[in-house]
Write a protein that binds this ligand. Sequence first.
Ligand code: ADP
Ligand code: MG
Length: 213
Amino acid sequence: MALTAEWAAAWLRECARVMTEHRSELIELDRAIGDADHGENMHRGFAAVAEKLNAAEAASTPGEVLKLSAMTLMSTVGGAAGPLYGTAFLRAATGLGDAAEVDADAVVVMLTAARDGVVARGKAEPGDKTMVDAWTPAVEAAETSVSAGASAAEALKAAANAAQAGAAATEPLIARKGRASYLGERSAGHRDPGAVSTGLILQAAADSAGDML
Ligand code: ADP
Ligand code: MG
């Protein structure tokens, strides 16, 4: 089945659910190399998105859902993650335009736009131990799978798996951007919380798409 506005709303509601479920885990990851607020930031931000979606009239395109989510994340999530995810969702919305459905090629466009937005905003490169280390392999995996004929849902699954592997691979890295970079070499040995939350967001996208099949 096609990925419509209904899918996008289901994705964001699933984000709210998983951020609540993983709130403590993300807090502990951020306690190790930051200021222990990432879990609360994500939980609060996506809960606000879910509320906004419930209150608003049903959107007619996936892009509209992502834009509403972006605005809500920017205004409710403090710290580095709010503007970064806000920009990611806003650029993703712009990438989708007013298309009624997200097909396999549009998954690549959407993820590329989101990753480019995070990079434009935060200026991190791959290997800096940030969420870019989850977004970049996700984009690459989506591209590879779509070139090989994957469906939109399959491309999201490939992206989610790659994001999670990318998040795991941040563990030995030394942070060069964000609050964790203040720790220098002591940041090694812990996963980056934002890379982990990116894995959760993309897993939620894939799961919601899977439910629509
Ligand atoms: P803060 O660091 O302000 O407390 P959060 O704890 O909510 O904000 O988010 C921290 C996460 O933000 C990090 O784990 C990292 O993934 C991401 N991050 C921080 N700075 C950058 C940056 N310049 N580029 C990309 N991601 C970043
Ligand atoms: Mg923090």
